[in-house]
Design a protein around this ligand. Structure first.
Ligand SMILES: NC(=O)C1=CN([C@@H]2O[C@H](COP(=O)(O)OP(=O)(O)OC[C@H]3O[C@@H](n4cnc5c(N)ncnc54)[C@H](O)[C@@H]3O)[C@@H](O)[C@H]2O)C=CC1
Ligand SMILES: CC(=O)C(=O)O
Ligand SMILES: [Mg+2]
Length: 628
């Protein structure tokens, strides 16, 4: 694995300064399906006339040139004035800008859902333009297509549903999935994001309505990672819901039954996995928002045999590690001091346990990667769940949380016991970091934040990572006003920076797995790795951590702005490709075989170029009709 500690920021910025190279004809085609080659070569379509205008993959609306209108039997079906794509966007934005109220606070923006509707309608009729708008305005519209608004969309999905997007596999489809997958029109699928809707953000079981989160995540795959939108597939596996409110709603669109469980549940997921990997053997499957009960089990079940990962467990862990390392640097300490950090984590679900596992491994590696280092690193964590501090006295302890259960005697010496409240734990431990993945809005109450003032750290870090906005454990205003100006703050959903007065800004970082999952997926795709190893995930996290400069970190920025997400994703993907090659997992992608990939990986600039050239960009291709 690349040695993170030797990586310099200077090297990364040099890479970024590299001039964009011309498309390498031997590089992976970033062109759309049916496109014969890169960039300006035409795309072959098997439809004409209104069928084209009704196909969001090919529709250009008013931007169809006159020659194309003739070629595709479109003359007379559109107003005569041919628009450039810039003019089209200008016209579209008039509509959207009418609703212009600062969107970054999500649900507190009364127009968030209306904006989502306008964007969704564009998505339905012209994908190229949709992604052009999204990429150009990612900071403004990520909070609409992704957290927090996507949460609201999922909650209201049965009412909002108009046109289908993605695939639905339900418990009723048992025995049929292998043939159902052929109902999807694309012969190539690179990325699937699948959910069973059982834990959507911090909003609980939303059943079939959870498909919105898979759609939102894939929007970021296209916008940030440049995955071709014709090759993404959002999937909902509907095994029922335990949300009684939904079950009682006759307009609910999902199966009106309680969730399958046990072997029956696993059989459905197994069948789905077999079906998608049979039709698309090279696809990557991202598991999203599965309740913790299944998240870890399914990850263990599939991760050594399939190209898959669990974003909530592994993506979140990587983002948190990057943030935690940033917090150490922000304290003016060397990163190697990370193993000394005292970390209180509120939340022992898929995300919380994913984070403590990964943080423990990172600490152990820094301490020499011995068994002793691994064992002692666990003492840096205090994990609190709905029942308080987890100790070895806990009855029916979740096996995933077991390694982090505090020894009761030792807890006693600290003035703590099984079930101690969060405020007691913070008061006694005086942690460097308070990290929330509990899904409980306001959990970091005034009392808890007051207790954090006793932190032994010169600059304590508060990670209120639960989503959407109203589920954040605290707001940045609360954190800065109660704990003081000298803190680091990050939240899962976006908040505005805080004006601290005297020209000082309290930086509000967004600590969300969106910084990693697109690069993990893209890097895996471009390496052709058959699995996603711990090393690949670690390399991704390290690259994200290295993205922030020393200057930025000292100003309290531990994550880069969302506006840089495409560049960040490129770097993360490059790190993943390199790691896959180093671990001998890479089998190559399309016409780049494993040997060529190895050569590419000898030169950092070439890897970045390879990744960049493989990313789809939203430009209209010239369309040529060909009988299907
Ligand atoms: N920022 C990010 O990138 C990510 C954020 N998340 C967020 O993390 C949250 C949790 O996700 P999961 O772990 O999958 O959910 P989960 O439901 O599996 O786990 C929630 C945990 O919080 C604990 N909890 C509940 N009430 C508590 C309280 N009063 N005090 C302390 N702990 C309490 C529960 O006992 C449980 O251990 C969600 O809101 C989700 O949106 C998840 C993944 C990524
Ligand atoms: C961000 C994310 O994956 C979650 O809140 O579940
Ligand atoms: Mg999630």
């Amino acid at each position: 694995m690349s040695n993170f500690y030797n990586q310099t920021r200077a090297a990364s910025s040099l890479m970024r300064r590299l001039k964009r190279s011309l498309i390498n004809p031997t590089a992976v085609s970033r062109a759309r399906c049916f496109t014969t080659a890169e960039g300006h070569r035409p795309s072959l379509v098997h439809k004409r006339s209104l069928d084209i205008l009704h196909d969001p993959w090919f529709n250009k609306g008013t931007a169809f040139s006159m020659t194309e209108r003739d070629r595709l039997d479109l003359r007379g079906l559109l107003p005569p004035n041919v628009m450039s794509s810039e003019q089209q966007i200008e016209r579209f934005m008039v509509d959207l800008k009418r609703l212009e109220v600062q969107a970054r606070d999500g649900p507190s923006d009364p127009n968030a859902l209306a904006k989502w509707r306008i964007l969704n309608r564009l998505h339905d009729r012209n994908e190229t333009m949709y992604y052009k708008v999204l990429i150009a305005n990612i900071e403004e519209y990520a909070p609409i297509v992704y957290t927090p608004t996507v949460g609201l969309v999922c909650q209201n999905y049965s009412g909002l549903f108009r046109r289908p997007r993605g695939m639905y596999f339900s418990a009723e489809d048992r025995g049929e999935m292998m043939s159902m997958v052929y109902n999807w029109p694309a012969d190539q699928v690179d990325m699937i994001v699948v959910t069973d809707g059982s834990r959507i953000l911090g909003l609980g079981d939303l059943g079939v309505q959870g498909i919105g989160i898979a759609i939102g995540k894939l929007d970021l795959y296209v916008a940030a990672a440049g995955i071709n939108p014709q090759r993404v597939l959002p999937v909902m596996i509907d095994v029922g819901t335990n949300n009684e409110k939904l079950l009682k709603n006759p307009l609910y669109l999902g199966l009106q039954q309680h969730r399958l469980d046990g072997d029956e549940y696993i059989a459905v997921i197994d069948e789905f996995m077999e079906a998608v990997f049979t039709r698309w053997p090279n696809v990557i499957v991202q598991f999203e928002d599965f309740q913790s009960k299944w998240a870890f089990k399914l990850l263990q079940r599939y991760r050594n045999a399939h190209r898959m990962f669990n974003d909530d467990v592994q993506g979140t862990a990587g983002v948190a590690i990057a943030g935690l390392l940033g917090a150490v640097r922000a304290q003016g300490r060397p990163m190697i001091d990370f193993p000394k950090q005292k970390i209180v984590v509120a939340g022992a679900g898929s995300a919380g346990i994913g984070v403590v596992n990964a943080a423990r491994k990172t600490m152990a590696r820094m301490l020499g990667n011995t068994e002793h280092a691994f064992d002692s690193a666990k003492s840096q964590f205090w994990v609190v769940d709905a029942n308080g501090l987890i100790t070895d006295e806990r009855e029916n302890i979740d096996p995933d949380a077991l390694p982090f259960a505090r020894n009761t005697n030792e807890a006693g010496r600290q003035g703590l016991r099984e079930g101690s409240s969060l405020v007691e734990v913070v008061r006694q431990v005086r942690p460097d970091v308070l990290l929330g993945l509990s899904g409980v809005g306001g959990l970091f109450s005034k009392e808890v934040l007051e207790a954090l003032k006793g932190s032994t750290s010169a600059k304590p870090a508060i990670f209120a990572m639960s989503n959407p906005t109203k589920n954040a454990e605290c707001t940045p205003e609360e954190a800065f006003s109660i704990v003081g100006d000298n803190i680091i703050f990050a939240s899962g959903s976006p908040f505005r920076d805080v004006d601290l007065g005297n020209g000082q800004i309290g930086h509000s970082n967004q600590g969300n797995n969106m910084y990693l999952f697109p690069g993990i997926g893209l890097g895996t795709l471009l390496s052709g790795s058959r699995i996603i190893s711990d090393g690949m995930l670690q390399a991704a996290a390290e690259r994200l951590a290295a993205y922030i400069t020393e200057d930025e970190v000292l100003k309290g920025m531990i994550f880069p702005p969302i506006s840089k997400i495409r560049d960040i994703t490129k770097e993360v993907a490059a790190a993943v490709v390199k790691e896959a090659v180093e671990e001998d997992l890479a089998e190559g992608y399309r016409d780049i075989d494993a040997r060529e990939l190895q050569k590419i990986c000898q030169n950092e600039e070439e890897v970045l170029e390879y990744v960049e050239n493989s990313m789809w960009s939203p430009e209209y291709p010239t369309l040529v009709y060909k009988r299907g």
